[in-house]
Design a protein around this ligand. Structure first.
Ligand code: CMP
Length: 139
């Protein structure tokens, strides 16, 4: 069925000027852009977004990193959106990411890994609502 996922283009990829190339890959893979904005998270908001990782050793670094520069947030729609988007972006660690994936092409480290992609339909809904109200998205 058609469903939605949520993505961020992270500070490394935004700062390197790769946002356009990444959005082009996303559209060419068949995803429709339902909502889109450029913004910068505070460390506090990054901490709320990634609260599920609160107990992980990389949490503090991740919050600092994700608030270190501008990002792009977007909601995307496609058949099988969550799983297909995770295939398109590749493994969390770019060293493990398949050839041709967004992380293989643009990520620099396991932390600065170019893009985020939701890991479930439920989290896609929660994460999309974190950034966008109903009048900031299609449908
Ligand atoms: P993301 O898919 O946005 O979900 C959580 C993020 O935490 C992940 O991408 C990475 O940016 C970061 N991350 C995950 N694992 C590690 C790790 N082992 N060390 C540092 N950062 C990590």
């Amino acid at each position: 069925a058609t469903n939605r996922t949520f993505t961020m283009i992270k500070p490394d990829a935004f700062g390197a000027g790769n946002s356009g190339a990444i959005l082009k890959m996303i559209e060419e893979a068949g995803f429709k852009i339902i909502a889109l904005k450029a913004t910068q998270l505070s460390a506090e908001l990054a901490g709320q977004f990634y609260a599920v990782h609160k107990e992980r050793p990389f949490y503090a670094d991740l919050c600092a990193y994700m608030s270190s520069g501008p990002i792009i947030a977007a909601i995307l729609e496609k058949e099988n959106a969550v799983a297909d988007f995770r295939t398109l972006i590749g493994a969390t660690n770019p060293a493990d990411a398949a050839e041709g994936t967004i992380r293989k092409l643009f990520a620099t480290s396991i932390e600065a890994n170019a893009v985020h992609g939701s890991d479930s339909d439920e989290n896609a809904q929660i994460e999309g609502s974190f950034f966008f109200s109903s009048f900031e998205r299609i449908g």
